[in-house]
Ligand binder design. Sequence first.
Ligand code: F0G
Length: 463
Amino acid sequence: MKTIIEPFRIKSVEPIRMTTRAERERLIEAAHLNLFALHADDVLIDLLTDSGTGAMSSEQWAAVMRGDESYAGSPSWYRFEEAVQRVFGLEHVIPTHQGRAAEHLLFGELGGPGKVIPNNTHFDTTRANAEDTGAVALDLPCGESLDTASDFPFKGNMDLDALRAALVEHGDAVPLVMITVTNNAGGGQPVSLANLRAVKALCDEFGKPLYVDACRFAENAYLIQQREPGQRERSLEDIVRDGFALAEGCTMSAKKDGMVNIGGFLAVRDAELARRLRERLVVTEGFATYGGMAGRDLEAVAQGLAEVLRPEYQEYRHASIRYVVERLHERGIPVVRPAGGHAIFLDAKRFLPHLPWHQFPGQALAIELYLEGGVRSCEIGSLMLGATDPATGAGKPAARELVRLAIPRRTYTQSHMDYVLEVVEAVWQRRDAIAGVEIAEAPPVLRHFTGKYRRLAAQGAAR
Ligand code: F0G
């Protein structure tokens, strides 16, 4: 069969509240043009994030009922620990309430003032946790990642020459090398096994441990299977094992490829490091056998880790994202290609070329997608990643102006994807008349969460 179907039936449904364009005009104005400030039930298709927004399976809900809430030594903990060890091959498992708590623990132990931490691209919480200890977070994405139009298959790769240069320059100041799979901030693009091996070889040469940010490990494994020479016949489990055999440890947000609404962990090989991490864990998260999670959450993750590696699930997930990316591309709409693992990334710089970066084309586009069809997306461009110098008020652009349409797992169907396509296309038709936005009010850090914006006058008047 040519048609790839959702590999599930629906047992429980959640109504979507329909809104009219006039209502959305009013709602977005009341939210000061910030999509984070909308009430979620005023959104038709919510593609703000794929984190914690997926649907659990009937087996996961059954596991929730089996959850044992004993403070110490719960059977749910042992099922969770065994699942993580089986999938990742890392012995010491430290449960946390979500990914950033794992980052906080790891960098609390290995970061610190004067330290330099290289990554292909730090996710924003990873960067914030590294910098919070006084360390410098260094992004070293491969050169190919900057060209959003090329079809290079592994745009998530790390730049090996830049990594070598950083290891030479910073020497003892580098406590670890980290690599994020898939590279979320870089467009959900995968890292190849070949790149992971080359990074590991450099780590060995300089005596550094390699850590993986594993949030979307299964999506990365699927893209390796499909795109890397010699991997097509191998199982996802084997590919994951190969990748993590190179790692000294990993941080994980189970809200992505753990297929749950909350949860995470840190896993390491070194028993002594694990002991120190558990000492921190008990102060900030919880006892070693539940950390930041309830017993029922531990059960749901254990089951989710098995389901995420099912070939038919990954095939369907990537087919639905690829479908949207390829249709957009066919219609000449600028989109990051090839399709990444968890989201569709529109290239707002090419979508709205008449808007300079300081009129935030990504935010302008995200607002229009909401107005047009109630679709909520997220700007990843100069608003989120650019900076304003507090002394001069001068701004600094981000490298790219992207709008992310993140697809929650097992939540939306093919017709929802067709609807999203129609919305993007309708906005594309009237792109020349779309005006930019300016910041009315925003805090100096993480301004995209709480900032308030104003629309600039349309067309030439703004320039
Ligand atoms: N690392 C990556 C690559 C992520 O994408 C995220 C979260 C985290 C770490 C932190 O995990 O949210 O469980 O604390 N990304 C979400 C997103 C929020 O929308 O991309 P967390």
